[in-house]
Design a protein around this ligand. Structure first.
Ligand SMILES: NC(=O)c1ccc[n+]([C@@H]2O[C@H](COP(=O)([O-])OP(=O)(O)OC[C@H]3O[C@@H](n4cnc5c(N)ncnc54)[C@H](O)[C@@H]3O)[C@@H](O)[C@H]2O)c1
Length: 251
């Protein structure tokens, strides 16, 4: 199902791979343009070259405020206008709590949470001056249930932070026409979950916890992100949406 992105340009962080790449394809299918921010220059360049004119790539490491803010400013300049931001870039941390070093914890928080803050903060200023816009932050069920499927404590903490940030941005952005929502996927078949996919015992244990009885294709996660990023969700903000095969079943 395609959502309408006619005349819209969306910044997609982490758009070179996995879920972010499916979001990029969905925006293009809906008639929109993208500006990809990613640390993987080779993969991102290849994606953007295949999309044609009006689509851009800017290299940025999400753990660097300077790089993220500069890349967003460059995306605004190159595209002329930006209508939305999808924050997909992220890493996983899978160590048991007792093995998580300060460095591991800080690196995970820096990329997943600080990076999301830098991008939200930079685009907020632009949206405030330009009649609003839509932000979607890609979180995880780990942020709601304390991790355990794949990502553990550092990852769960970073994603719980993303959920809190999303609600705060929605609260303060509403008066400027800024909507901010988050999406919480569970086990999805991307590079991030390669180890889980190739360990049949672990894979089966995780799948058994999912009422729909399988892992998701990245396209199925992208559908909810695209809905939140599109005008189809015009009255939705501050929502932490589960796209998890029923794992959290929250009320
Ligand atoms: N795959 C899953 O099972 C799953 C489940 C829940 C949530 N998520 C979340 O979905 C999002 C996308 O994950 P995915 O599964 O598509 O992973 P992926 O590894 O396939 O893609 C992640 C993308 O982020 C980019 N990236 C990584 N570190 C970066 C950095 N420091 N700066 C800039 N870009 C960086 C990578 O280059 C890559 O393009 C992540 O936020 C992840 O936490 C994934």
């Amino acid at each position: 199902m395609a959502f309408d992105f006619t005349n819209k340009t969306i910044i997609v962080t982490g758009g070179a791979n996995g879920i972010g790449l499916e979001v990029v394809h969905g925006i293009i299918e809906g008639g929109g343009k993208v500006a990809i921010l990613d640390i993987n220059e080779e993969a991102a360049r290849e994606v953007v070259e295949g999309l044609g004119e009006g689509n851009f790539f800017f290299k940025a490491d999400m753990s660097s405020s300077k790089e993220v803010r500069e890349a967003i400013q460059n995306a605004i300049k190159a595209s002329g206008k930006i209508d939305g931001l999808v924050n997909c870039a992220g890493i996983v941390s899978t160590l048991p709590f007792e093995e998580v070093s300060d460095e591991e914890f800080e690196r995970t928080i820096k990329i997943n949470l600080n990076g999301t803050f830098y991008a939200n903060s930079e685009i907020f200023k632009y949206f405030k001056e330009n009649g609003g816009g839509r932000i979607v932050n890609v979180s995880s069920v780990a942020g709601k249930v304390g991790g355990g499927l794949l990502g553990t404590s550092a990852y769960a903490t970073s994603k719980a932070g993303v959920n809190g940030l999303t609600k705060a941005v929605a609260k303060e952005g509403g008066k400027y026409g800024i909507a901010c929502n988050a999406v919480c996927p569970s086990y999805t078949l991307t590079k991030m979950t390669n180890d889980l996919q190739t360990n049949s015992d672990k894979h089966q244990r995780v799948v058994n916890m999912i009422p729909l009885g399988r892992a998701a294709q990245p396209k199925e996660i992208a559908q909810m992100i695209l809905f939140f990023a599109s005008d189809a969700a015009s009255f939705v903000t501050g929502e932490i949406g589960d796209v998890d095969g029923g794992i959290t079943l929250d009320g």
